[in-house]
Write a protein that binds this ligand. Sequence first.
Ligand code: DQA
Length: 164
Amino acid sequence: MKIVVIQGPNLNMLGVREKNIYGPMKLEDIHAQMKGFADQNKIEIEFFQSNLEGEIVDRIQECVGEAQGIIINPAAYTHTSIAIRDALSAVQIPAIEVHLSNIYQREEFRQKSLIAPVSAGQITGMGPFGYHLAMVGMTQIFNELNAMKQAQKAQEQTQAQANK
Ligand code: DQA
């Protein structure tokens, strides 16, 4: 199983940018923690950051046939991008939306997410730990998908036996 982690605009500046809101941790350190969790749980993981909306849309589309889960912090595009929302909806891969800050406690323009309706879940306001929670959440989604596949296989086998 593979997860692609997609980070939107200005998240490459974590650790420098508005530390009072986003904290002192750098993006590479957050990714190193996620990689540790992924390795422990035998999950493949890849990281992508872009400041450009179209590049984020392209990366989401490339996930088809490559990844079974997407963890995404679309940053400012959360509140504006129909293109990113449509891409997530098109690929039909479970996505978990993460925000370091609690977007519902902030300016009014941040309190609406265009991404939430096409996401499996949203984690907001937990700082860098939110990415860890997203990894745990995605592991649970993978476990449920595997259990469903196993049950389907067993049912098909039973059916095949009955048809003999
Ligand atoms: C953010 C919240 C967004 O409103 C903002 O534009 C960001 C970061 C967060 O992680 O808290 O860049 O997504």
